[in-house]
Design a protein around this ligand. Structure first.
Ligand code: PHE
Length: 378
């Protein structure tokens, strides 16, 4: 009896000690501020020589009765402490992650450092704008070689060997080679007309051909290399009226103004007949020529912007097409000059100096697609 009583008495004491130990450990765990502190608590309780481990070890030396009595609270102690450690560990890890995220937050309101950014050259920009305008009108882009032969650059365009126009072009010729075709740097984009008509695709044809051309010439408005854009339409029943409408529509879209007035002057090109030179009216605004308005107005004048005309039937014939069946018009203009007129540069040589200050000032953002406020026929 006495022993049972004592046992109960001792049992009660052990239970109290265990529950006090449990409360103490759980409070310590809850108070742990860092993962390191928590780990120290785990080792102290559940490590090889931890208090809970020590209690668990005593179970082995107990009588079955005693184990029945003390086993459950000791196991409960172990489970509760293990669970509390796991919960606290998860909470501390979450807090550490939150703190890390908060400290690494990107402030989206700060101005971004764009570093050194390139820009799109005014010539590329204008070529893109032109391609966009003419795409709206159903034209595709054609190309041809810059190293061209005499036949495509001149002969097929109705400029025979003895023609004075050959001298006018200040051509860069390659040294003659025995038995080889005479090669040159193309003096205009017009040979792309020939190559397009002869490439086997049957008309109708509607192309533009932007690209580099070369003439031995150099001053403020001439560089030995410059850019032209050629236009060619070959179809049935094409008239000068189609040419005029196309040029007017293109110039209005390009200069982004409705008040573009065209003046067509009779002219001469061997490859067009009749030939017309196209002027646009400008108005003097603060001493600057601004495209738009009637060139005959008191504050205005005319600027030549294009050469054009109806494709000479001899050219159509040279390309193997029947000129009684197919007619068309062609035009050619300087891309650099169009850029200067639209964006207000005055020295053509600066276009090709590669001066970063110029490029920065006149360049366009690579992220902007060419935007023409109006577009064509919207
Ligand atoms: N090729 C001519 C030039 O370079 C321009 C032009 C093209 C004229 C097409 C009429 C037709 O001056």
């Amino acid at each position: 009896m006495g022993s049972r009583f004592r046992g109960n008495d001792e049992g009660l004491k052990i239970m109290t000690e265990i529950s006090a130990l449990k409360a103490g450990l759980i409070a310590d765990i809850a108070a742990a501020g860092t993962l390191d502190a928590l780990e120290a608590l785990r080792v102290g309780a559940l490590g090889k020589s931890g208090v809970v481990t020590g209690l668990l070890k005593t179970l082995g030396g107990m009588s079955p009765d005693e184990r029945m009595e003390k086993g459950p609270p000791i196991q409960d102690l172990r489970e509760s402490v293990t669970a509390a450690l796991a919960d606290k560990k998860a909470a501390l890890e979450q807090a550490a992650l939150d703190a890390k995220l908060a400290s690494e937050k990107v402030d989206m309101t700060l101005p971004a450092d764009l570093g050194t950014q390139g820009s799109v050259h005014a010539v590329s920009q204008v070529m893109d704008e032109l391609a966009e305008i003419f795409a709206d009108l159903g034209f595709s882009v054609a190309t041809g070689p810059e190293i061209e032969d005499d036949w495509h650059n001149f002969t097929a365009l109705n400029i025979p060997e003895t023609h004075p126009a050959r001298a006018m072009h200040d051509t860069f010729y390659f040294p003659d080679e025995e038995g080889q075709k005479r090669m040159l740097l193309r003096t205009h984009t017009s040979p792309v007309q020939i190559r397009t008509m002869m490439n086997g695709t049957p008309p109708p044809i509607r192309i533009i051909a932007p690209g580099r051309v070369y003439r031995s010439d150099s001053d403020a408005t001439h560089t030995p290399m410059f850019h032209q854009i050629e236009g060619l339409v070959i179809d049935k029943g094409i008239t000068l009226g189609h040419l005029k409408w196309t040029l007017e529509t293109f110039l209005k879209a390009f200069f982004e103004r409705e008040d573009i007035v065209l003046r067509l002057r009779p002219s001469y090109f061997p490859f067009t007949e009749p030939s017309v030179e196209v002027d646009v009216g400008y108005t003097l605004t603060n001493g600057q020529r601004v495209i738009g308005g009637d060139g005959d107005a008191a504050d205005g004048g005319w600027l030549e912007v294009l050469g054009s005309g109806m494709v000479n039937r001899r050219v159509i014939e040279a390309c193997g097409l029947d000129p009684d069946e197919w007619q068309g018009f062609a035009f050619g203009t300087g891309v650099d000059r169009l850029a200067m007129l639209k964006y207000g540069m005055n020295d053509l040589r600066a276009f090709f100096d590669g001066d970063l200050r110029w490029l920065k000032h006149y360049g366009f953002s690579a992220l902007d697609v060419p935007t023409l406020s109006g577009g064509v026929g919207a």
